[in-house]
Design a protein around this ligand. Structure first.
Ligand code: HEC
Length: 451
């Protein structure tokens, strides 16, 4: 271990974190099932090509200079260099992540994101936490010292981050991203053990525990802005306690300044729409990583077991594994069984506009990023991560399987109830948008028609 990563570890495990770790069920901390597949994935040895690795090269070559801000350290410069909008800010007050000593309801942690980078910042923290998507490796994790220096260096981190960011319950067992909902006490300590990851299927009523939420969500209840006014050990049965708490004053909060000092943050908001998108994006990112890992492992295992000289296609066993991961991805991409909104949701930062502006748009001006926010999150429910480098880097066998399945669902040939969320009109619109904006998919359609 290098001197630097030892330094990270010493503050990574303050007494408060040890207490937290004891509270977290073992399953959550268990290394993911892919943790030992170094031969196949090369997670620890491959050179990442993710946006942070690219930025580091630009810093090293002098093309990019990161300015150090006295109040926020490298945060503003990093967000700018990586094109992460400030409007994506979400504020977490539960002490559920790494720098627990710096997180509390009066000093929440700020999280920012774009399509392939996530940034975590705490007030006065010695490091900034950055995670980004490598097309082949999935989530890769870095720290950046919050000390002014002539040569800022993103330090790649492994077990310090993967102890939480590669777990079967939170990330699906691959190095990935976490969004959860926990009931926390007035100090920010989680009371209930964290429930499963928040996904598009999670009812709004169960979302956002441990997060501040600004914007309007109408009369639908949620757990944002809510903490037990006592200490964790005085709560007793968390579910019973929570059931007695009055849900109402925590809803439709548009100004957080009476709850804590918002002035140290780059934005006063923890935008409801950004938090909706964050839950979906972290979920789909992890599914893409799982599909890539599972496919590469299946191919590798086939090669190990097949007789020398036995060329040809993959074994049925390998295809079963690949199809299994691909089906989960297809359902994730198409927002299968998405929890319905019962009231419209609005944000109050400029996230809604910033996000939709990115496109791409089809010849009728429609985009997969168009938000509905009335009965569901997206107008055309197919994840925009289909445009991501990680999706394009999936092994061809699984990528073409996903395209075939998308074609079957979007043309209406597949009427599986899993896709009941998609009307005939939805399917047609999504199909047209994809054909206009994703050439590789348009090619699949042309071949299918020609056949
Ligand atoms: C003790 C568990 C734990 C450790 C260790 C940990 N994280 Fe996290 N991290 C979380 C949780 C839980 C979240 C979800 C938001 C929250 O609760 O703060 C999260 C969220 C994040 C996010 C926002 C994107 C996302 O996944 O939601 C980033 C960026 C991040 N962590 C970076 C890091 C980095 C970098 C490290 C290592 C230096 C690290 N984390 C170590 C638990 C952890």
């Amino acid at each position: 271990m290098t001197g630097r990563s030892r330094r990270v570890r010493t503050f990574a495990l303050p007494p408060a974190l040890l207490v937290l770790l004891l509270l977290v069920p073992v399953a959550v901390l268990a290394m993911g099932q892919f943790g030992s597949d170094e031969d196949v994935i090369g997670y620890n040895t491959a050179t990442p090509t993710d946006p942070v690795a690219q930025l580091q090269q630009q810093i090293d070559s002098g093309q990019v200079h990161l300015a150090f801000d006295p109040a926020h350290g490298y945060l503003p410069a990093v967000l700018k260099a990586l094109h992460v909008p400030i409007s994506s800010q979400g504020l977490v007050f539960s002490r559920t992540s790494l720098q627990v000593d710096h997180i509390a309801p009066w000093t929440p942690r700020a999280v920012y994101f774009n399509d392939d980078v996530y940034v975590g910042w705490v007030q006065g923290g010695p490091i900034m936490e950055v995670a980004s998507v490598d097309p082949k490796l999935g989530g890769v994790f870095y720290t950046l010292d919050q000390q002014p220096t002539a040569h800022p260096k993103f330090q790649r981190q492994f077990s310090t981050c993967l102890q939480c960011h590669d777990s079967s319950s939170s990330t699906g067992g691959v190095p990935g991203f976490i969004m959860r909902s926990v009931f926390a006490d007035k100090m920010g300590y989680p009371i209930s053990s964290p429930v499963a990851a928040t996904t598009p299927q999670t009812p709004i009523a169960e979302r956002w525990g441990g997060w501040y939420v600004t914007g309007t969500t109408g009369d639908q209840p949620h757990l944002g802005n809510l903490m037990a006014p006592v200490s964790a050990h005085d709560v007793g049965d968390p579910a019973a306690y929570l059931a007695k708490m009055r849900i109402g004053p925590n809803l439709n909060v548009t100004d957080l300044s009476s709850r804590f000092d918002t002035s140290p943050y780059l934005s006063p908001y923890s935008d409801a729409v950004a938090l909706m998108v964050l839950a979906d994006q972290t979920y789909v990112h992890n599914l893409i990583t799982i599909a890539g890992y599972e496919t590469r492992k299946a191919i590798y295992d086939d090669q190990l077991t097949s007789m020398a000289g036995d060329s040809g296609g993959l074994s049925e066993g390998a295809m079963v594994r690949i199809r299994g991961a691909a089906e989960r991805l297809v359902r994730g991409l198409l927002y299968s069984r998405e929890a319905p909104l019962t009231s419209p949701i609005t944000g109050d930062s400029t996230f809604t506009q910033d996000f939709q502006r990115l496109g791409p748009r089809d010849h009728l001006g429609r985009s997969l990023r168009d938000l509905d926010l009335k009965t569901r999150l997206f107008k055309y429910p197919l994840s925009y991560l289909i445009y991501s480098p990680a999706f394009d880097a999936l092994p061809p066998v699984v990528r073409s399987y996903v395209y075939t399945r998308l074609r079957q669902v979007l043309t209406g040939q597949d009427q599986d109830p899993a896709f009941a969320n998609l009307s005939a009109a939805d399917r047609t619109a999504i199909l047209q948008i994809l054909q206009d904006t994703k050439p590789a998919f348009a090619a699949v359609m042309t071949t299918a028609v020609a056949r």
